[in-house]
Design a protein around this ligand. Structure first.
Ligand code: ATP
Ligand code: MG
Length: 648
């Protein structure tokens, strides 16, 4: 972006006040903002008190060598003890930690905190037998089964940082991550269930191990599907042999607050994935506190469900570490969102808090509300959204159809790098606006600035930045301090550059506008992808939309849109393209009218549901399509290119 600010086009006047009962009994009230402002470090120290520490810290924050932060300096703790042992010691051993729901019908397991403690201890002992020591990295490539949580916590217990790789990624993607963090042990399974069929995982591990030379010494394999696997006796070990027979007692060591907890590679939406390093004390403080704060968690009564895969940061912060540190009861589901299955699970397990991504919500909108309407969703009391901006239309649908118009929606902005939620409404405090993530959470200092790093002020757009360190912030990029500085801290002195565009409305509330790299320049106007996509999605025939700026001789760039129609719209009719172009012009102005609209069956998305606009830009500019290795389904680009060929 140049010094010109982002044009601020869309309007949204709907407001939803917090339910009175929730507001009265909220975990975090309005006063928290002022308390955090008056003494940020004291605020986070209070949040850290919610955890069990081996040794208390001497200093809350050491920021003497920016951008390298140290939180709770001198303190020691063990993340797995905080997530498991302490709940058993507090008398909650019989409480269900995880209601696990497998993809095949009737394949379920309830795991109590006591059982989880025993399993984690056994797995820790088994990893020791395989030679894993404190500081060693362990790669995890698994489906959504309870063993993946056990494996992560066992690593945390030993102080062996894990790197979880999404089970849908290729052998190449796995190999590059194993190599980047030099893992000697890989934990996997024979396979997992996807869309009703068993699909193999072990062959990809075999291939990846092959590609990484003699780096990997052991592969620990969970038997999940029972399918045949190639076996290498000197290297491969069955989980049921190594873990099930191991002792259920393991004496945990207290690790330094800054001991590495895990490395997570970013989605790669904008480029080569970065190995984001998170450490222990600050990360666990930031995730457990925000999980309790933003979801208003009542650990004794709530049933929480986050639909994210563990291969994504959301699965780390808000499926494993945050909820378990808080002693929550949660749902974990192995499958993908098939028609009514999610709503069946909410009905059966009486889920009260539900956290998912806008892409899933739009998929359900596409299929029609009759499907969720057939289930009893009255147990729900709070809904969350993460991964991209929720379009106002999707917000309203989520609120009405899933939330029965009673549940507040928390639209949570954060990143792999931030580790914890940063911008979100507080459900008992904030009157929500559809499409806005609202305000920085208490203790978090974000701003929107222009090229000169000056605050743009209310009513304008610019770059989203973070002004002050926060507990769960990334500590570096694994093995590459220079890339860490260059990527996030070099644009302006002392400011963290998030890479996202945002605007402040007249009340000072924040609207995320998409990636700065994706901002379009149309005849000198800077337009956001998010606003035009939201305008398209507000048309009753459109389910999903992606917008890119393609080179154009007269206007510099032109808006090109890719849309998926709702099932009820059929093929949209002959004039659908013209109808949608007019609709965008009416909603936000003639300047935003797409030059070209392609109706497509699918959009290219990462595992976390993010649209890879750079690939669509390749199509719009008639180029060879770039790297597709982090797509959830790499065949999607072929479908789109076929469409392109037929319409050109
Ligand atoms: P890479 O950095 O490799 O391109 P990525 O940014 O897609 O990958 P993540 O860390 O999973 O990887 O995603 C964080 C990004 O997701 C944010 O920078 C933002 O663009 C988007 N995002 C997440 N939550 C929200 C939200 N509530 N509203 C708007 N955007 C969001
Ligand atoms: Mg990113």
């Amino acid at each position: 972006m140049s010094s010109e600010t982002l044009s601020n086009l869309s309007r949204e006047d709907r407001r939803f006040e917090p339910p009175a009962a929730l507001a009265a009994d909220a975990n975090v009230k309005e006063e928290a903002y002022a308390r955090a402002d008056s003494d940020r470090e004291a605020f986070w120290a209070d949040a850290a008190e919610r955890l069990d520490w081996g040794r208390k810290w001497d200093q809350v924050l050491d920021w003497s060598n920016p951008p390298f932060a140290k939180w709770f300096v001198g303190g020691t703790l063990n993340a797995s003890v905080n997530c498991v042992d302490r709940h058993v010691e507090a008398g909650n051993g019989d409480k269900v930690a995880i209601h696990w729901v497998g993809e095949p019908d009737d394949d379920t397991r309830d795991i109590t905190y006591s059982q989880l403690k025993d399993d984690v201890s056994r797995a820790a002992n088994a990893l020791i037998e395989l030679g894993v020591k404190k500081g060693d990295r362990v790669a995890i490539y698994m489906p959504m089964i309870p063993e993946v949580v056990v494996a992560m916590l066992a690593c945390a217990r030993l102080g062996a940082p894990h790197t979880v790789v999404f089970g849908g990624f290729s052998a190449d993607a796995l190999a590059s991550r194993i190599t980047d963090c030099e893992a000697h042990v890989v934990i996997t399974s024979d396979g997992g269930y996807r869309r009703g069929a068993a699909s193999a995982l072990k062959p990809a591990v075999d291939e990846a191990v092959e590609k990484t030379g003699d780096l990997v010494r052991h592969v620990l394999v969970v038997r999940r599907t029972g399918q045949d696997v190639d076996w290498h006796d000197e290297r491969d070990v069955w989980w049921h042999d190594a873990v099930d027979g191991a002792p259920a007692e393991h004496e945990p060591e207290m690790h330094d607050s800054e001991h590495p907890l895990y490395v997570m590679y970013t989605s790669g939406t904008t480029g080569k994935p970065k190995g984001i390093l998170h450490t222990t004390g600050g990360y666990l403080t930031g995730t457990s506190f925000t999980h309790w704060e933003v979801f208003d968690l009542k650990a004794d009564t709530d049933v929480y469900w986050c639909t994210a895969d563990v291969g994504w940061v959301t699965g780390h912060s808000y499926l494993v570490y945050g909820p378990l540190a808080n002693g929550a009861t949660q749902v974990m589901y192995e499958g993908t969102p098939e028609k009514g299955r999610w709503w069946q699970i909410i009905q059966d397990l009486k889920v009260t808090i539900f956290y998912t991504a806008p892409t899933a919500i739009r998929t359900f909108m596409k299929q029609g509300r009759e499907i969720p309407d057939a289930y009893d969703l009255s147990s729900l009391r709070l809904l969350g959204s993460v991964g991209e901006s929720i379009n106002p239309e999707a917000y309203i649908w989520y609120r009405e159809v899933i939330g029965g118009e009673r549940c507040p929606i928390v639209d949570t902005w954060w990143q792999t790098e931030t580790g914890q939620m940063m911008i979100s409404p507080l459900p008992g405090v904030t009157a929500g606006k559809p499409g806005s993530a609202m305000k920085a959470l208490p203790g978090i200092a974000v701003d929107v600035v222009n090229d000169e790093a000056e605050p743009v002020g209310n009513g304008s757009g610019g770059y989203l930045v973070i002004r002050e360190p926060w507990p769960a912030m990334l500590r570096t990029i694994w093995g590459d301090d220079q890339r860490f500085k260059d990527t996030y801290w070099s644009r302006w002195e002392g400011l963290y550059f998030a890479g996202d565009g945002a605007k402040l409305d007249d009340d000072g509330d924040i609207w995320l506008l998409g990636r700065v790299d994706d901002v379009m320049n149309i005849s000198g106007h800077r337009l956001s992808t998010t606003e035009i996509e939201s305008a398209l999605v507000s048309h009753p025939k459109v389910a999903e939309a992606a917008v890119v700026g393609a080179a154009d001789e007269t206007t510099g760039q032109a808006v090109c849109a890719f849309v998926i129609l709702r099932d009820s719209a059929g093929d949209g009719g002959e004039d659908i393209v013209e109808e949608l172009r007019r609709h965008v012009a009416k909603e936000i102005g003639a300047i935003a009218k797409p030059r070209q609209i392609m109706v497509v069956p699918e959009l290219p998305k990462t595992r976390s549901g993010k649209i890879m606009r750079r690939l669509l830009k390749d199509v719009a500019e008639h180029r060879e399509v770039g790297d597709v290795t982090t797509l959830a389904d790499s065949t999607v680009m072929d479908l789109i290119k076929t469409k392109e060929g037929s319409s050109a």
